[in-house]
Write a protein that binds this ligand. Sequence first.
Ligand code: GLU
Length: 460
Amino acid sequence: MPSAPSTASATGSLTSAESIRLVLDTVEARNPNEPEFLQAVHEVLESISPVLEAHPQFVDGGILERLVEPERQILFRVPWVDDAGRLQVNRGFRVQFSSVLGPYKGGLRFHPSVNLSIIKFLGFEQIFKNALTGQGIGGAKGGSDFDPHGRSNAEIMRFCQSFMNELYRHLGEHTDVPAGDIGVGAREIGYLFGQYRKVTNRHESGMFTGKGVQWGGAEVRTEATGYGAVFFVEEMLGVHGETLRNKRVGISGSGNVAIYAIDKARQLGATAVTASDSSGYVVDDAGIDVDLLRQIKEVERARISEYAARRPGARYVEGARPWEVPVDVAIPSATQNELDADDARALIANGLRAVAEGANMPTTPEAIELFQSAGVLFGPGKAANAGGVATSALEMSQNAARQRWSFDDSEAKLRAIMADVHAAAFQAAERYGRPGDYVVGANSAGFERVAHAMLAQGVI
Ligand code: GLU
């Protein structure tokens, strides 16, 4: 009788539902203070029961038991000195979840909310997202509880250098390849890459993605997550003979994902009418002006309220989320759990047609349920925002081959990858008896690929 959380694998005598329950019980007992990680594990495991029924070897091989435990977790101290000469200490994280399909791959997030639960949920999701792209990349995530907001350029650089002084020994083009995420953009990637180069004495292009295009970065990587999410919407609508033309799109966030989702929506004939930050949102019925938004958020690093102050016809709403604005398509692109059941009800009442998650896990489980039962097309982040990491893999290919592809070529490749990701999720949903359910489809297709590779490579 196992009495404590155990490492014992489920056996072939268990049904798939029993085996999932056992693994969930163990994960809950072992990680009681990690709500986001548990949410992500529940979402995946609860949707893949039909895959386990069709593949009893996955149960016998203890695939779930192994997958929920990261291959390696690195926690470290990041000491640095601020501009006033005061010592600061932050926490650094890198959770290397799975390298079965390729080197660990996933972004770094610098945000005060970062803790082990957040990094583990992101790393866990990354395994399946990366598998779904069809490329050779494993799953990882990292970051720090460092708050870049209000920090000087020199402070950001010193922090990045201290962070890399520890992390470098765990990275490498064949080992672990980070990229950006919230709070880590072109500037931070430059400082992190520079410090890696200094301490290793290696200019190893393929050890980081999201680099500047002048020094090994790939065209379209900056735009890829936002563009990809909009391409994914086009794919979902296309199944029903619809397009984005003349649709109103609601977008949250004002970072890299939101900015380029707004841009691509406009290029495809839609009007993106909202953007937000943690203090509130702006609504602009004429369509968000991407150049103005970029100037305010990327150059001046100011608040979103500035947008309404400078743009005639735009309105700023303090302390609220953009989901009260009537739209046909919603692309939540800010952060986890930013769209809840009340938001979903408001969007549905206003005639919403489709949702694509630009951020990771922005929709709560209750909100997903509401969308799906109302017949709203719902593209989960593992599929809808896979364009970013997929283009990171294109950057790795270019680095390995010492090549540079043009913007148009790279965008065409991204578009084809998003069509493939959509097809893989769509077909898996049909195969497992849940047509149109992209949550089941994305999780099943990603999981199948990872599970087959794990079985082939033995008990590791
Ligand atoms: N942070 C992004 C994501 O959530 C990109 C990761 C990468 O390019 O490695 O997928």
